[in-house]
Design a protein around this ligand. Structure first.
Ligand code: NAD
Ligand code: 2HG
Length: 533
């Protein structure tokens, strides 16, 4: 059956066509839905593509019983409830690069427009007030002025390149900006927003709206800027305290502002900032509204959603490690190994463990260990709970709710294998561990609770623990033979000191409860488990 995708905001037609061109995808373009209408139909879809108009609320996600992926044609994902998406196991992807240049150009345009009174000047010409408009609208030159940039990511960096061409000096605040990158970009690095704003003539914002950044431009910080300064916001409303900005402009300390975004969009007609008529430029969230940006993000989002639904490839997910086709191929055998180890842990390991520890021995550091650990956890939880509700997105949240801690460690000690993946359940002082490796490119399970075996990671298995004495393995073989069960492979391990042994027998078909009962009844068999991996 085709994967159904709902495109609920306007994206480029090429993007919609790209989805529909795939034989296994059926996309419906249905925009302008009310929240109730969206809730009524979302249950039919595995994919949802949005821009910023559609609000993906917890109620929408609760109704989205088949939803696997939300694609955002743009950068900001503040219209999607990320917590609810995690809880429901829905991957959220954005298209981080498609609108960078358009948005940087738009922010720059707002700065120039506010500085040179383009909007009020334009209005005066239209109103037939040419001379009065000319007299009233003397501007501010940007040459040599000090620009503060809050957020030096993709858009901030592009803005800075343009500002430097205008001979502005730049100071940037971004907690993730290193000194060497700042040097490379020829910007002064500020260690606090206050340091960036002190003595600045213009501030431009290029950060996501989060609990940390909400109201980052407030009355105290505006007061740190030079008299006559400008505020430019082409990121998100809510970053600037609008009442504080209006008060600072009214006081004459701040000259004006260029705003593409507002705390509430659209802003009310009587919004206090809209009454200003000098050094202002307002646009209705147009940062990404160019033909080029919309084509870029429309194509990107369609490709990402299509590839995820068709092949499982994950790109630009904000709640999952990314995995493109090349990386998927490189890491594939490790993911297969970790999935089997997770399932086997659930079958053989401790009940109600406190912690799941995943240890990497050897040159694992170069691989995406976060994804490997998450795969172990997901398969462990999926096999333990069997309620079909666990997936790779919500597994960490479910583990946290259960009080199961996921612990990762990298261990440098040598093992007899080049790389060894050890997964261990812990419950108080109790431990149960499994280990696997790659022999060539073939994943193998090589240890079951300190007994060393060598077995496939896929197939049907009979795992027997028994006393280490003659005849038991033979009796198990005879039981299987009598029941016409073919043995594909067999691996034996024993602990001479403790006098016990482990046999892993790969068989051609799953073992029935009757056969398992016969195996468990063999004298000397202490544990018999049938498992399909
Ligand atoms: N107006 C529009 O139409 C439009 C279009 C595209 C993007 N946006 C907005 O612009 C924002 C930036 O986009 P981008 O592509 O540059 O994103 P980005 O992820 O490349 O850059 C964001 C930067 O903010 C930094 N940052 C995070 N928290 C910070 C904090 N507390 N203080 C300072 N810096 C912090 C990050 O380290 C990162 O470098 C987006 O989040 C989106 O909300 C608006
Ligand atoms: O969809 C849009 O036009 C706005 C996009 C913009 O806000 C973004 O965060 O990418």
């Amino acid at each position: 059956m085709a994967h159904r995708v709902l495109v609920s905001d306007p994206i480029s037609e090429i993007g919609v066509a790209l989805l529909n061109d795939h034989p296994d995808i059926e996309a419906d373009f249905n925009t302008g839905l009310s929240p109730e209408e969206l809730i009524a139909i979302i249950g039919d879809y595995e994919g949802l593509v949005v821009r910023s108009q559609t609000k993906v609320t917890p109620e929408v996600l609760a109704a989205a019983k088949s939803l696997k992926v939300i694609g955002r044609a743009g950068v900001g994902v503040d219209n999607i409830d990320k917590e609810a998406a995690n809880q429901h196991g829905v991957i959220v992807m954005n298209t981080p690069t498609g609108n960078t240049i358009s948005t940087a150009e738009h922010a720059f345009t707002l700065m120039l427009s506010a500085a040179r009174n383009i909007a009020p000047g334009h209005a005066s010409v239209l109103a037939g007030e040419f001379a009065a408009g000319r007299k009233a609208n003397q501007g501010i030159e940007l040459n040599g002025k000090r620009l503060a940039v809050i957020g030096m990511g993709r858009i901030g960096t592009e803005f800075v390149k343009r500002a430097q061409a205008f001979n502005m000096t730049v100071v940037a605040f971004d907690p993730y900006l290193t000194q060497s990158r700042a040097d490379e970009l020829k910007v002064e690095l500020a260690d606090t927003p206050d340091a960036a704003l002190t003595g600045a003539d213009v501030v431009t914002l290029h950060v996501p709206l989060t609990d940390d950044t909400k109201g980052i431009i407030n009355a105290e910080r505006l007061a740190l800027m030079n008299k006559g300064a400008l505020v430019v916001n082409c990121a998100r409303g809510g970053l600037v305290d609008e009442a504080a900005l209006k008060a600072a402009i009214d006081s004459g300390h701040i000259a004006g502002c260029g705003l593409d975004v507002f705390e509430n969009e659209p802003p009310a007609a009587d919004h206090p900032l809209l009454s200003l008529n000098k050094f202002v430029a307002f646009t209705p969230h147009l940062g990404a509204s160019t033909a080029e940006a919309q084509e870029n993000v429309g194509i990107q989002v369609a490709e990402q959603v299509r590839d995820f639904l068709a092949t499982g490839e994950i790109r630009n997910a904000i709640n999952m490690p990314s995995l493109d086709a090349a990386a998927r191929e490189a890491i594939g055998p490790y993911l297969d190994l970790s999935a089997s180890l997770g399932k086997l842990l659930a079958k053989l390991g401790l009940s109600n463990p406190d912690a799941l520890r995943v240890s990497y021995h050897g040159p694992f550091a170069k691989k995406d260990t976060a994804l490997i650990s998450r795969t172990v956890l997901t398969n462990f939880l999926e096999s333990s709970r069997c309620d079909g509700q666990v997936n790779i997105v919500n597994a960490p949240g479910i583990a946290a709710q259960m009080g199961l801690e996921l612990v990762e460690s990298t261990i440098n000690a040598q093992t007899e294998y080049n790389e060894l993946l050890v997964v261990e359940l812990r419950k108080g002082e109790e431990r149960f561990r499994l280990a696997g490796t790659l022999i060539g490119s073939s994943p193998r399970i090589v240890e079951i609770d300190r007994l060393y075996v060598d077995t496939n990671i896929r197939g049907h298995f009979l795992i027997v623990r028994n006393d280490d004495r003659p005849g038991i393995v033979g009796a198990v073989g005879t039981t299987l033979g009598n029941e016409k069960v073919n043995i594909a492979n067999l691996s034996l391990a024993r602990n001479k000191t403790q006098g016990n042994a482990l046999t892993v027998i790969e068989v051609d078909e799953p073992l029935s409860p009757e056969i398992m009962a016969q195996v468990r009844a063999i004298p000397g068999v202490t544990l018999g488990t049938g498992v399909s991996l």
